[in-house]
Unconditional design. Structure first.
Length: 95
């Protein structure tokens, strides 16, 4: 067993991906998180993927990219394929 398995985050990070990776959206939920800059509550889509343990919290850009391909209706996303790929946000952070 690895320590990272015990103490790691349940959420997918850019460093978890080795390159573009096809994935199927299994389900989604809406979660509330505190924005670190404004300290306000923000709602975010959280995706679970078939055959993957970790979930992905979508930022605005990621949600817009999926919406452009699969439509605005969230209930239509499960079962759809996406490509997960590490990238860099406008602020220089890995995403």
């Amino acid at each position: 067993m690895k320590a990272s398995d015990l103490y790691g985050s349940p959420f997918l990070k850019a460093s978890d991906l080795k390159g573009p990776t096809p994935a199927t959206i299994a389900e989604l939920e809406i979660g509330e998180f505190t924005d670190q800059r404004t300290q306000t509550q923000q709602k975010r889509v959280i995706l679970s993927f078939a055959n993957r343990k970790k979930k992905l919290i979508l930022n605005r850009t990621q949600a817009a990219a999926i919406t452009a391909v699969h439509g605005d209706e969230l209930s239509a996303w499960p079962g759809r394929r996406v490509i997960l790929a590490p990238g860099t946000a406008h602020n220089g952070q890995q995403t």
